[in-house]
Design a binder for this molecule. Structure first.
Ligand SMILES: Nc1ncnc2c1ncn2[C@@H]1O[C@H](COP(=O)(O)OP(=O)(O)OP(=O)(O)O)[C@@H](O)[C@H]1O
Length: 331
């Protein structure tokens, strides 16, 4: 899906100024930015809930404005905060909405509903016949995702999909949804104002400012380690180090210089981490190492489990420097 110089004005005020953006097939692209910067408008133009004032949005090789909106919405799944489940339809009927509309027979629809409920972690026997008001917020959100995926759309739009879910349920949904998206290979454009959600879930993050101006479009690590503009820096500023620990990984260049008695290749007692481990996990291992005789380092193993060196707190600092130095965050 591609946006070419897209603009949207509402009665003289500009919501989206001049947006050009290519969404890669199979990626989870997250739009993040301050309230009112034009995220939802951007998303809603993709499925023609909002018509652009100028520019083109291309899906496959078709301009979406040439596609009948109803047909288009069958090809593009849409999930919003609070889901908008039909209150007087059961869970199964909600999930079956589009299959029924497009005329699938009963058996195919029933099988698909069961498959989807299982996919989103809701056991069909327990959930299919319930009403939306008999579900928790997180369960409702899962039904919303199942409904949006019913006819296996190539593109899924999600607007603050986990916004109404409590923090614990939310983290789990984020994780499960990321896995599901990777397995299905669905192209997803998701809107959030939560930078943590963005960097946790995205393949690439687009940071937008007023008028849907693209401040930065890059991998989560790149955005956190090397913010391109003041706006991006402001967004990732607080808690940046913690985010880098979660995103950055231990590389050979970060290890301590080998010592005479190090005997590379030989097993070493005490805690160890793998090359490529998350920096946060290295910190955890270092914390555990405090109890051991050589309390300031952990062993580092390669993929084959061979000892290749040691890491210390200085290694983590080196890694943080490496990531935030110019050209360093591409990993
Ligand atoms: N139907 C409308 N009529 C007039 N102005 C609108 C309409 N919808 C949105 N806007 C304006 O367009 C701008 C962008 O709105 P949009 O909802 O896309 O922002 P957003 O980034 O999704 O915000 P939020 O994070 O608060 O949901 C805002 O200034 C908003 O007031």
């Amino acid at each position: 899906m591609r946006f070419d110089s897209v603009r949207k004005e509402y009665a003289g005020s500009v919501a989206v100024d001049d947006l050009s953006l290519a969404v890669r097939e199979g990626e989870l692209l997250v739009l993040v930015g301050a309230s009112g910067c034009g995220k939802s408008t951007t998303l809603r133009m993709a499925n023609r809930l909002v018509e652009p004032t100028a520019g083109r949005i291309v899906l496959g090789d078709e301009d979406v404005t040439d596609v009948d909106p109803v047909a288009l919405r069958r090809r593009i799944g849409y999930v919003i905060q609070n889901v908008g489940l039909f209150p007087h339809r059961t869970v199964a009927q909600n999930v079956a909405t589009v299959p029924t509309l497009v005329g699938w027979d009963r058996r195919r629809t029933r099988d698909r509903v069961a498959e989807l409920l299982t996919l989103v972690g809701l056991e069909p026997a327990r959930y299919a016949r319930r009403w939306p008001h008999e579900l928790s917020g997180g369960e409702r959100q899962r039904v919303g995702v199942a409904r949006a995926l019913a006819t296996d759309p190539p593109v899924l739009l999600m607007d603050e999909p986990f916004g109404a879910v409590d923090p614990v349920g939310r983290a789990r949904l984020q994780q499960e949804f990321s896995r599901l998206q990777r397995d299905l290979g669905t192209t997803v454009m998701m809107v959030t104002h939560d930078i943590d959600e963005a960097v946790r879930m995205a393949d690439r993050v687009v940071v937008l400012s007023r008028g849907a101006r693209v401040e930065q479009l890059a991998s989560p690590l790149e955005v956190v380690a090397r913010p391109a503009t003041e706006t991006v820096a402001g967004l990732v500023g607080r808690g940046r180090t913690a985010r880098l620990l979660a995103l950055g990984r231990l590389e050979p260049a970060d290890l301590d210089a080998p010592r005479e008695d190090d005997g590379s290749g030989h097993a070493r007692p005490g805690p160890s981490v793998r090359l490529g481990a998350e920096l946060g996990d290295v910190v955890t291992a270092l914390t555990a190492a405090v109890e051991c005789p050589d309390g300031t380092t952990v062993g580092v193993l390669d993929e084959a489990g061979r000892h290749v060196g040691t890491a210390s707190a200085a290694s983590v600092v080196r890694a943080l420097h490496r990531l935030t130095a110019a050209g360093g965050a591409r990993a």
